[in-house]
Every structure is written in C-alpha cells, then in structure tokens.
Write a new protein. Sequence first.
Length: 203
Amino acid sequence: MQEEAGGRAPSWLTHSLSDEARAVLWPEDLLLPDHVLDFIDRNEMAHGVYGWWFDQSLPVAPRDGCIERDGMRLLYVGIAPSKCRSINPGTRPPLKRRFQRDHLRRVRGSTLRKSLAALLQKELGLGFRRDKGGKVGMDRRHEERLSAWINQHAAISITQNDEPWRLEQELVRHGPPLPLNIDMSDHPFKLTLKDMRRALGRT
C-alpha cells in the first residue's frame, strides 16, 4: 500500500474504499493489454472496474500522488457497463465488449484511448478526422500505431463488480489522483486534457 510521508496511510483511503477497490488499486499482478481478454474469460467477468497503469513514457500527464507499482502509475479508472444493464443471451459481457471493441481497438469508442491519442499525437504522428456528428476517429494505420504503444507501455488491473458505477464514483471522487479521468473528476489536469481532446481533428 502506498503511504504518505511518516508512514501514514494516504489521506484519501477509507476502510470501505480499500476493501472494495483493493483489486484495482493494489492488485496481486498487473495484466498486459494483450492478456486482459483471456483473463476476463477465465474469470467469467461480466461487469467490472478496471485501472490503467502507465510507465514513464507518458510524460505530459502529471503523476504526483498517483499509486505506483513496478515502475507503473495508476492514471485512469474505468467501468463496464456505465449503468445497470442486463446481459442478453448470446452477447459478449459488457466488460469484455468494452475492451475488445473500444479500449484495445478504436479512439471513437474509448474515452481513455482518445485521451492517450491527444497526449501522444506529436510523438506518434497521429492524424485525426471528425464525422458529421463531431466524433473523433483515426484511420486503421494510426489506430494500430496507438495500440502498439499501449501494448508496450501500459498495464491493467481489473475486478468483477456488480455495480461498478458506484465504485467508480468513490474512486474518482475520493480515491487517489487519477489525472486521465474526466467525468466526476476535480483533478487540475482535467481542463488541459479536455482542451487537447477538443482540438483533435480541428487543425
């Protein structure tokens, strides 16, 4: 467990938060992005909460106070589904669908991936377009370039949770600093990140 100076527990830590969020904040192991879908299948996860951890290769995002493990920092927490939703027979569980369709594949459907693309735009030479509805997208070549970066520099912690939206709110509002979260966040980096995202595909 990360501690403040003097050996004290972090000021944001509460007993209830630590019990519910331990698998996200202090996981036994971090998963590589290439392994997360298999992990979800093996553990029969349907609804859940997950954390995205990044190494030092994302220098624009502030890291002060963020939880650290094995040289990685927890910078973002997400959930699937975003609200109470039943699972229809024969369909992919929301948690697997979120990773398979969005986080590991396309900017258009992933808040996190869009933020990473904005932060890495110049470094990776990414190009963007906007559709008639204003949604940001990238061509396949640039999506693959971003995916390769994610596979090399990111890791994931994940846990099953039947009401993930409740735990997400606790983590974002009362948990450790999460500079890449936007909704419900009061992190000072939020405004900078929103401006960078807003500029994509407009210049």
